[in-house]
Design a protein around this ligand. Structure first.
Ligand SMILES: [Zn+2]
Length: 281
């Protein structure tokens, strides 16, 4: 229970740095079904955006969340990174985490919330408000805990067709020297039976990294399929949780970053042009 209290306290200290204590407008807890993308460019209640990114492992949500965080000026907090940092630190949790991760299992709520609490606490003194969470919440229980401590403004659900998703997961490579992320999969699905084709270029490393690429030990087909199975079992209900609250924005990735990024900005009303055709929920 203590860790949940810490998350709550951490959140209070982060949010408290904004102007939210004054002019507490009756919080718009609309139960409406359709997502209303009003004034997404404005920071609500004197703080910055508090967004969540959902999506299967390997869908690329880290990439999009990271780009967006730079654009809207909030930290991108990926629980996967927090876990990897803890693993690399050889701290008290690292051997326990190593076993869980190598089996493709989900890290228990208590550990994730503990790591997330520490991360949010660290951001408070730096004046951080708002965030894009990536990898949390993963279960309805986590979503309920989060909903209990703060308002999530928007949940973006990134989706990619299954055959592209698997190819992309198996194509992931990391530079063992600088830690850079690359992808050697070149995806070219022809259109058939009325389904549009899809092209995703590989994300090839620069020459200095090319000879140092490694595959993460959990990027085997077996582990990828197990991750997807667990994801679907646990996280589909999280999508329903936010859909019922009118906060879920579904976004089908039409291809790689060059095709997807401008369309995502449009859907989030962050694009340069006012094309609203993909914004309806
Ligand atoms: Zn490198």
């Amino acid at each position: 229970m203590a860790v949940f209290k810490r998350l709550l306290l951490a959140r209070a200290s982060v949010v408290g740095r904004g102007l939210c204590s004054s002019s507490s407008s009756s919080s718009s807890s609309t139960g409406s079904s359709g997502l209303e993308l009003r004034s997404l460019q404005q920071s609500p209640k004197g703080r910055n955006h508090q967004w969540v990114f959902l999506g299967c492992p390997g869908v690329g949500k880290g990439t999009y969340a990271s780009r967006l965080s730079g654009l809207i000026g909030v930290p991108h907090i990926a629980t996967g990174d927090l876990v990897r940092d803890e693993l690399a630190s050889s701290g008290p949790l690292s051997s326990q985490l190593a076993e869980i991760v190598s089996q493709g299992q989900l890290v228990p709520d208590e550990i994730i919330i503990d790591l997330l609490s520490k991360r949010l606490e660290a951001g408070g003194p730096k004046g951080e408000t708002g965030f894009i969470l990536d990898g949390f919440p993963r279960t309805v229980r986590q979503a309920e805990i989060l909903e209990g401590v703060t308002d999530i403004d928007l949940v973006v659900n990134l989706k990619l067709r299954a055959e592209a998703l698997l190819a992309k997961c198996l194509g992931r490579r990391i530079c063992s020297q600088c830690g850079g992320n690359y992808n050697i999969a070149s995806i070219d699905i022809k259109s058939e039976n009325g389904q549009p084709g899809m092209y995703m270029a590989p994300l090839l490393p620069p020459p200095q990294c090319a000879s140092k690429l490694i595959t993460r030990s959990d990027d085997t087909e077996e582990v990828v399929m197990e991750r997807l199975r667990i994801y679907n079992k646990l996280t589909k209900p999280v999508e329903d949780f936010y859909r019922q609250r009118g906060k879920l924005l579904e976004f089908d990735l039409p291809g790689g970053i060059p095709e997807s990024w401008p369309k995502l900005l449009q859907a989030l009303k962050l694009g340069d042009n006012d094309d609203k055709r993909s914004a309806a929920a």
